[in-house]
Design a protein around this ligand. Structure first.
Ligand code: SAH
Length: 196
């Protein structure tokens, strides 16, 4: 039971795509996340014109906020529907291109170039494809990856970070006996050991 039973849980990619198709996206926050507003200064740390990464981005509205503040935003998401909805809902024109080096992947990029959203699995990315980032907004990402993939996910994230980058992580605390996840319960001690 508890954390033990979540540890073996695997949510196949098809299940995520289906959530998007059914509009079963209770995780999406139309008004953005209050914790990003609260800790924005910590993410930016006085810097401007940053490259900011949104792993498992969905159609997070914060991508538009940060782009409007003059930052360059990169996201990755398996659901193309989510990415199309993002651009449509913010009336941002975009183009679609293949991604050299990732077969089947697409890049949806705003016409003015400041928002680039990759439609593929995060595990397909590497710094040679997307470069490195000055900041990461991880909400609904570490807590959404399959528990068996957490170390792989975090190790990849570390390779995508510039030296002085900041990483804002939102985790949720609850009794894992009462909900099967996602979001999964990732204890603080595990977060510390994952990131080292
Ligand atoms: N961060 C977003 C979405 C959270 S829900 C927000 O805050 O609203 C998690 C999202 O990750 C879903 O949209 C799902 O389709 C996507 N996803 C799941 N596994 C993925 C993977 N391996 N690579 C990329 N995206 C993935």
């Amino acid at each position: 039971a508890g954390i033990g039973s979540q540890r073996d849980r695997v949510v196949p990619e098809g299940e995520w795509l289906q959530k998007w198709e059914m509009g079963n996206i209770g995780f999406h926050k139309e008004q953005g996340h209050p914790l990003l507003r609260k800790y924005l200064d910590l993410l930016l740390n006085g810097r401007s014109g940053l490259r900011i990464f949104f792993p498992l981005c969905g159609k997070a509205v914060e991508m538009k906020w940060l782009a409007d503040m003059g930052h360059r935003v990169v996201g990755v998401e398996v659901s193309e529907q989510a990415l199309k909805e993002f651009f449509a809902e913010h009336s941002v024109p975009y183009r679609v291109e293949p991604v050299p080096g990732i077969s089947g992947a697409k890049k949806l990029q705003s016409t003015c170039g400041n928002i680039s959203l990759y439609c593929c699995s995060i595990y397909d990315l590497s710094s040679s494809i997307v470069g490195k980032f000055d900041g990461v907004w991880d909400r609904g990402a570490l807590v959404a990856v399959n528990p068996c993939d957490r170390q792989r996910y975090v190790s990849l994230m570390i390779t995508l970070m510039e030296k002085n980058s900041s990483y804002l992580l939102v985790a949720v605390s609850y009794d894992p006996n009462k909900h099967k996840g996602p979001p999964f319960y990732v204890p603080e001690s595990e977060i510390k050991s994952l990131f080292g």
